[in-house]
Ligand binder design. Structure first.
Ligand SMILES: [Zn+2]
Length: 442
């Protein structure tokens, strides 16, 4: 099995899907995890809880980040259960909802991990060998290349893209090309979209931060705790070194981002050359600098509300659905001096989406605010390849040998567009994978 993610989306629908997942544990002999995002690892504790006893193979950084993300999920599920139980009790209703898994289940799943470095082939069963290659998506992320022994001799080689990242992302290396394969299972998140050029990121960030500072305002950036926050810190560090942003206090206010950054520090084997040099030659720390403060405890977080004068605050959650970002937004959104900067995908029906759509009336924690703060967006920070970047990667493979591409991990329009696009470029066959369907490889 490759990846074992949780469904995300509307709460009830996602919960239903995750809960009724059949758990293919009886037929799975080994599990390979491409990276630590929740939609790739979120059901691993449930898999193990249902009786899976085999190994879970991943890079070391992926294991560490998965641990952080799964523990966080178990905690949130526990808190939700507690809250819903109290609500039901108040209404005199019967309450049966249980978390999918608890912290103890996460720890048990962690015991089944076997970590492997990039480009170190390992047999995950008698006839299947796996090698991880850089995916350039988040720390530890990989493409997994399987080499499966045929009954009559020889091998069938299959590539799994996991989530395909992008060139020139800060900290981590670019996606690296896997050796030729017969089949490729390919993600398609942005199969119908093109990103803004990445060169603009620094200019835009400098300009937006400069604007907020000049007016004595705050720049509020909702960001995911893993990868996006560290990328932002990296860029702000660069701008600060180049004296392109004024000397204002910068805060990363998210306990999870603090833990994630500690994991980033522990895995220099995942860094690109630039970040490695910063560490080894200049002994600089790309994850922290003078005017940057990481905030872990609640008291210090609350104190930020009393802060007068300009500041930059990065906080989670990424889509503004929960967490400390809500308090920062509540305190700043009505003041025209301030700017909210959107740097990531905002799903439908989230508070983040409403802000991105520049709605006037914004409801935060039960209260309605008139939004006067400006809203800016930098789209180029995405961690997924767009369709041109996907093609750039795929075209590096041996297309004569590549029999078929299977598209996964995308919404229908994106997949339909990517299918046509790849066929137009001369790929022999492209299938959009149907859930529950079996495909024969030969
Ligand atoms: Zn991902």
């Amino acid at each position: 099995m490759v990846d074992c993610g949780a469904f995300q989306g509307r709460r009830q629908e996602a919960d239903e899907k995750n809960r009724t997942w059949d758990g293919t544990e009886s037929s799975v002999s080994a599990t390979v995890l491409t990276h630590a995002h929740f939609d790739h690892c979120g059901l691993l504790p449930l898999l193990c809880k249902k009786g899976y006893k085999g190994n879970i193979y991943s890079t070391a950084a992926t294991r560490d980040l998965a641990n952080l993300i799964l523990m966080d999920s178990a905690k949130i599920q526990d808190r939700d259960a507690e809250y819903l139980r109290k609500q039901a009790a108040r209404k005199g209703e019967k309450f049966t909802w249980e978390p999918l898994y608890r912290e103890a289940d996460v720890i048990a799943a962690m015991e089944q991990f076997v970590t492997v470095s990039y480009k170190r082939p390992i047999f995950v069963s008698r006839d299947a060998e796996v090698t991880f290659y850089d995916a350039g998506h988040i720390l530890g992320s990989s493409l997994a290349r399987f080499s499966v022994t045929r009954e009559g001799g020889g091998t069938i080689d299959i590539g799994f893209s996991g989530d395909l990242g992008r060139k020139n992302k800060p900290i981590i290396r670019d996606p690296s090309l896997i050796p030729p394969v017969d089949y490729l299972v390919l993600e398609s998140t942005y199969g119908d979209r093109l990103h803004e050029p990445a060169d603009d990121i620094l200019n835009r960030l400098a300009q937006i931060a400069g604007h907020a500072v000049k007016h004595g305002g705050k720049l509020i950036i909702p960001a995911f705790a893993v990868e996006r926050t560290q990328d932002l810190v990296f860029y702000l560090h660069l701008l600060s070194d180049q004296k392109r942003i004024q000397n204002v206090p910068i805060f990363v206010d998210s306990p999870m981002a603090v833990s994630a950054t500690a994991i980033f520090k522990l895995h220099p084997e995942c860094y690109d050359e630039e970040t490695r040099n910063a560490f080894t030659k200049h002994h600089a720390n790309p994850f922290g600098f003078n005017n940057l403060t990481f905030i872990e405890n609640v008291e210090a977080s609350k104190k930020l509300n009393d802060l007068t004068g300009p500041a930059i605050i990065i906080s989670s959650s990424g889509m503004c659905e929960a967490g400390r970002i809500l308090h920062h937004l509540a305190h700043t959104i009505a003041d025209p001096k301030n700017i909210v900067l959107i740097v990531g995908f905002m799903a439908k029906d989230t508070l983040g989406r409403k802000i991105r759509d520049r709605e006037r009336q914004i409801k935060i924690l039960g209260e309605t605010y008139i939004r006067r703060a400006e809203v800016e967006e930098i789209g180029a920070l995405s961690s997924h390849a767009d369709y041109n970047e996907i093609w750039e990667y795929v075209s590096g493979l041996d297309l004569k040998r590549l029999k078929k591409i299977f598209l996964v991990h995308g919404e229908h329009e994106a997949q339909a567009h990517l299918q046509e696009f790849l066929l137009g470029k001369g790929v022999q066959a492209v299938d959009i994978v149907k859930r529950g369907e079996t495909y024969e490889l030969n």
